[in-house]
Design a protein around this ligand. Sequence first.
Ligand code: HEC
Length: 151
Amino acid sequence: MKAILAILACAAIMSSCMDQYNPVPYWKQFTSERQITSAKNLKLTEKGEIPAPTVAIAETDPISGKYASLCSSCHGADGKADGAAAAAMNPKPRNFHDKVWQAKVDDAHIAKAIKEGGAAVGLSGTMPPWGGVLSDDEIKGLVAKIRDWGK
Ligand code: HEC
């Protein structure tokens, strides 16, 4: 009986030790950090932290994918309208981080600008209409994405 208890106690101690040295969680973290740091255009956040993995997000988040392929050339990858194309434009594409603008417009205005283009809301026709390419749901998703940048 004592022997059995001793074996059980030993097993319990060993398994808790093994947990401590289990490499799997560390390996997972290492792999995801490596993915982030090997991403192109890696920039630390304003607080100096490593940003969340955007590579994986673009694949699992179709709205961000649409933004990246259709809008980022003018409005910038991060919605700051700071791309090379934007510099040459007059008027400049909207910087979605502009809090004054965010407070001034409602979601319907943003959706209409996206769907029907700049001209439909009294802005420059350089902002193309996207109604033919994007569904209403996708436009709704883009509005939410733009709003997130204003927070
Ligand atoms: C060819 C460049 C270009 C592309 C591509 C583009 N935009 Fe624009 N966008 C502009 C410009 C320029 C303006 C500003 C027009 C003005 O101020 O007169 C603008 C304005 C806007 C506005 C209105 C802002 C306001 O002042 O009310 C929204 C919303 C917007 N864009 C969203 C998008 C979204 C979403 C996409 C992608 C589906 C997109 N844009 C793609 C150039 C572009």
